[in-house]
Design a protein around this ligand. Structure first.
Ligand SMILES: Cc1ncc(C[n+]2csc(CCOP(=O)(O)OP(=O)(O)O)c2C)c(N)n1
Ligand SMILES: [Mg+2]
Length: 356
């Protein structure tokens, strides 16, 4: 299928009629919808700032402020925001790819720590040793940030097994890209989850490309969730991942199923507005295609939904922007003024340290 045709199906999947949109809005409620909007704005502005900073050097040096890869989640924010809203922070685990800034912000890791991690500072989320791809929080059950494509799928499956074994009532949500679907870990993990009825939710964020390879050239089937889920005895959901309302609704159904012991496979049809990482010439897709998707910006669509319900006016949206701008300015100042990790830490925190 051509990219143009796939765009068509994404649009169709997302066109919830206004009556249904109003019903979902009512279910979500004003406060919660505004909170999700704010979270998406925080993710977007955090990453936009990181993108700019990644082109800058530390004052008077040729040392990059942010070294290494920077994979931005811009465009995909509605997917994880919709899912996170249904999770119980005390017992539900999440895990994702190297495109992990959004999830880390959603679970509530302080932006200061995340920005400092991008800067490689000792005050960073993982002491400046992980960088952009390896945000992590044991306390918040955010199990990474993984650079190996498909590497997080067995981890999410293990978290679901743990919840079942220990009878916590928790679920796990494993986010992955379309490029992880042909990996062996996908098949092995989903088979095990289906076999053991684990409380696992697998969310394929199908942004249509794995680096420069179109999904149609990397995955044999067109509709990933619908085609693959029956093979693991799972129900499937496919929805417009550029639409927060659709995301929230689907996530609610998926989490309810998993909580009841039924693993599920979800496909969020989405799009990344930026390149794969900072170094991507973008030769594999046209400007027209990217521009067409930018018209479906999930943040703008959510704003339109909120406005349609008369739940906020321009001043309220401006206030969100100001508040977020302050948070980000503080995070950058914190990262800038924090120390580098001491060289004595070079070989520490690699393996668990035995008690003396
Ligand atoms: C096992 C493995 N193979 C190859 C790579 C190189 N690689 C990094 S990202 C990527 C594409 C993954 O695309 P997708 O899963 O669709 O995620 P997206 O970047 O679109 O979010 C590849 C092939 C890797 N990191 N790990
Ligand atoms: Mg992809």
């Amino acid at each position: 299928m051509s990219p143009a045709k796939s765009r068509e199906s994404t649009r169709q999947a997302g066109e919830l009629p206004e009556r249904e949109r109003a019903a979902i809005r009512a279910e979500i409620g004003r406060e919660r919808l505004l909170a999700m909007y704010r979270q998406m704005v925080l993710i977007r502005r955090f990453e936009e700032r990181a993108e700019v900073l990644s082109g800058q050097f530390r004052e008077g040096t040729r040392i990059k402020k942010i070294a290494g890869f920077l994979h931005l989640y811009i465009g995909q924010e509605a997917v994880q925001t919709g899912f996170r809203a249904h999770l119980d922070p005390a017992r539900d685990a999440t895990v994702t790819t190297y495109r992990c800034h959004g999830l880390a912000l959603l679970v509530g890791i302080p932006p200061n720590e995340l920005m400092a991690e991008l800067f490689g500072k000792v005050t960073g989320n993982v002491r400046g040793k992980g960088g952009s791809m390896h945000f992590f929080s044991k306390e918040k059950l955010m199990l990474g940030g993984h650079g190996i494509v498909g590497g997080q799928i067995p981890i999410g499956t293990g978290a679901a097994f743990s919840a079942k074994y220990r009878k916590t009532g928790g679920v796990s949500v494993t986010f992955m890209g379309d490029g992880a679907v042909p990996q062996g870990t996908f098949h092995e993990s989903l088979n095990m989850a289906g076999l053991w009825k684990l409380p696992a939710i697998y969310v394929v964020e199908n942004n249509q490309y794995a680096m420069g390879t179109s999904c149609h050239r990397g995955v044999a089937v067109e509709s990933i969730a619908a085609a693959k889920a029956p093979g693991y005895d799972m129900p499937s959901f496919t929805y417009d991942g550029l639409d927060l309302l659709a995301s929230w609704k689907t996530a609610g159904q998926a989490v309810a199923a998993a909580r009841g012991g039924q693993p599920v496979l979800v496909e969020a049809k989405t799009y990344r507005f930026r390149g794969h990482s900072a170094s991507d010439a973008g030769l594999y897709r046209s400007k027209e295609e990217v521009d067409a998707y930018k018209k479906l910006d999930p943040i703008q669509r959510t704003r339109a939904d909120i406005a349609a319900a008369n739940w906020a006016d321009d001043a309220a949206f401006d206030a969100v922007e100001s508040e977020v701008a302050e948070i980000i300015a503080a995070a950058v100042a914190f990262a800038d003024t924090s120390a580098d990790p001491p060289s004595s830490d070079l070989s520490r925190h690699v393996y668990a340290e035995a008690a003396p």
